[in-house]
Design a protein around this ligand. Structure first.
Ligand code: ZN
Length: 377
């Protein structure tokens, strides 16, 4: 069964701004408000309500709404922020603008947040469009990843056994080629691996490169633990063939956070699949919000690139992609949907129309699409 381009259709970005705020994943909103949501699954799906003197967890989330069984408050993401922060509607919208890149239409420019891992998106700015070429994204307000770190990333990958990523990658519907083609490896012995790295590189460099951390009172440790999958990003242009970034993927299926990247406040580069690297300018390029999504799209026959999460979409990356016909596909769930709508708007402010891809019925994202194709074989 072949699934090619015609099955993916285009839809218009949603126009109802407030509806988009209601569609933001309520758990992410709660998290941004400082409400503990991490272990809710094991705590009867309830957490302490910040709206009353809650002693026993009585706040629950369902169908992207909140409800407190203690004080009776309930409502949408908008209501939650208004009530917890005590803000009027307009200021609530601006709160969302800062954290989720969903600035209200009355705001001309979005405030820029330099904080890494903040939930906000960088501001869209009208600028002269520089001649774009696929290079590693670097922003002046962020720290640069230095080429001397690349040797550390390469050395780390070489210490992990070949083929160790195959099992995980196949369990997600991918072919074994994807594991080795992208050098996805599993970390088996973090302590030994780090001590081998320390024989070759000074601690200072290992810390600066983001692969090692020094927690209080502790010795150096590898950023990721045993059983984590390591997903490398290979550079393009002048950095072709070099590992320029590493992202770890948790071994716990429901684990949060799911992905942990090298620490150091580095800009997150754009990930190019092999198929995308060979796609001439002017042709279709699919923009996704995660490396595994882009790889799934590639296995389905679509040339895809990925930013690492919504925050990874910088103006520089947008400029890099301007020469292609960009189609944005990040899944049907609200976070992916919001990413696509916001990204399309930001392409628009740079004078480029980017369309949003809609997935076939019963498919929620690229990996789901890939799994369905595998099953139908
Ligand atoms: Zn309450």
């Amino acid at each position: 069964m072949e699934m090619q381009g015609q099955e993916i259709t285009m839809v218009k970005p949603l126009k109802d701004y407030y509806q988009r705020l209601r569609d933001v994943d309520i758990l992410r909103v709660a998290e941004a408000l400082g409400i503990a949501v991490l272990n809710m699954r094991t705590a009867g799906n309830r957490t302490l309500c910040p709206l009353h003197g809650d002693k026993v967890p009585s706040l629950s989330f369902k169908a992207n709404q909140f409800r407190c069984f203690g004080c009776g408050e309930k409502g949408s993401t908008l209501d939650l922020v208004q009530k917890v922060k005590g803000l009027p509607l307009e200021e609530t919208a601006e709160w969302f603008g800062l954290r989720f890149g969903l600035s209200p239409p009355w705001k001309k420019a979005r405030p820029r947040s330099a904080a890494r891992n903040a939930l906000s998106l960088p501001a869209p700015r009208r600028k002269e469009i520089a001649s774009p070429k696929p290079t590693m994204a670097t922003l002046s307000h962020e720290k640069k990843i230095l080429p001397e770190y690349f040797s550390i990333y390469e050395a780390l990958l070489r210490l992990l056994p070949e083929g160790s990523g195959a099992e995980w990658i196949k369990s997600r519907g991918f072919s074994g080629d994807t594991a080795e083609g992208y050098r996805i490896r599993k970390i088996k012995h973090p302590v030994r691996t780090l001590s081998l790295l320390r024989q070759r590189f000074p601690d200072k460099l290992l810390l600066a490169s983001g692969v090692a951390v020094k927690r209080k009172e502790e010795n150096l440790s590898l950023l990721w633990g045993a059983e984590w999958m390591l997903l490398p990003i290979e550079g393009v242009g002048e950095n072709a063939g070099r590992i320029i970034f590493l992202q770890g993927r948790t071994p716990i299926p429901e684990g949060k956070p799911e992905y942990v990247e090298i620490l150091g406040g580095f800009p997150r580069p754009l990930f190019w699949t092999r198929k995308a690297k060979n796609t001439p300018r002017g042709e279709e390029l699919f923009l996704t919000a995660g490396m595994m999504d882009a790889r799934a799209a590639e296995e389905l026959g679509y040339p895809a690139v990925a930013v690492l999460g919504a925050q990874g979409l910088t103006d520089e990356i947008i400029r890099t992609l301007l020469p292609w016909t960009v189609k944005i596909g990040a899944g049907k769930a609200p976070p992916g949907r919001n990413f696509a709508v916001t990204a399309a708007e930001r392409f628009d402010t740079m004078g480029k129309r980017a369309s949003i891809v809609d997935f076939p019925a019963g498919v929620k994202d690229w990996n789901g699409y890939l799994l369905r194709r595998r099953r139908s074989r």
